[in-house]
Design a protein around this ligand. Structure first.
Ligand code: Z5A
Length: 203
């Protein structure tokens, strides 16, 4: 089963993943935890460029680097694990590209699809989207020392991203489950756990 986690700045994905890791370990459920960008050795090099705020990238160049990272990720980690029937849990995946590059960088969806579709990336069975008002997410993220290339963007960029996620969730209700991330950490975990358990029982 392929599960992805999505959300904008500071939505709480990393926090939720720590709870889910403990839950899977306790339940002795075999899983692979992974993330984008940067899960493979090659992707880690691409991640450095993508997050480096001293590097100016054209939006399409940024997209191609993210797609190269995803191709390495899918071919070297995701597909082999799915073939072994493992649960794969990825922190960000395809919806991030539609939200950040599509809505955030304002690349037309048809143009994005022209590059993405031929790559045949597998569709997640379940996507958990953590929804948070932009100002709250930025407040949470700004607790960090250094902001990366994305985190330095204006508030409108993040508003477009949130709206795009909400639209994606509406259009893909068969796989995207939205959690209100203004809930407590524990409540967010419980909602995600219940949703994953339901999906596991169905499969
Ligand atoms: N990107 C892209 O543009 N296109 C793509 O296709 C892909 C990625 C795949 C990767 O950044 C960047 O790549 C990302 C999009 C872009 N940039 N942005 N922005 P990353 O991997 O470095 O970071 P991130 O994915 O954005 O995650 P994050 O900013 O670290 O946020 P998070 O993991 O969702 O949040 P967190 O670290 O779990 O929580 C933030 C704080 O909130 C922390 O202090 C927590 O203790 C607190 N928190 C968490 N949950 C709660 C609740 N429920 N209540 C209160 N406080 C909470």
């Amino acid at each position: 089963m392929f599960i992805t986690l999505e959300g904008s700045e500071g939505a709480g994905k990393s926090t939720l993943i720590e709870h889910l890791k403990k839950y899977f370990l306790n339940k002795k459920i075999e899983f692979i935890f992974t993330k984008e960008p940067g899960a493979t050795a090659e992707g880690a090099e691409l991640r450095k460029i993508l997050l480096d705020k001293t590097i100016e990238l054209d939006s399409l160049s940024e997209t191609f680097l993210l797609l190269a990272d995803r191709l390495e990720h899918v071919r070297k980690i995701i597909n082999p694990a799915l073939e072994e029937n493992k649960i794969v849990l990825s922190d960000r995946y395809l919806d991030s590209t539609y939200a950040y590059q599509g809505a955030g960088r304002e690349i037309n969806k048809d143009e994005l699809d022209r590059f993405i579709k031929p790559l045949n990336f597998p569709e997640p069975d379940l996507t958990i989207y953590l929804d948070l008002p932009v100002d709250e997410g930025l407040k949470r993220a700004q607790g960090r020392d250094k902001l990366d290339r994305f985190e330095e963007e204006e508030i409108d960029f993040f508003e477009r991203i949130r709206n795009a996620y909400l639209k994606l969730a509406k259009e893909n209700s068969h796989r995207i489950f939205t959690i209100d991330s203004t809930n407590s950490e524990t409540k967010v975990f419980e909602l995600a756990r219940d949703c994953i358990e339901k999906k596991l029982n169905e499969s």
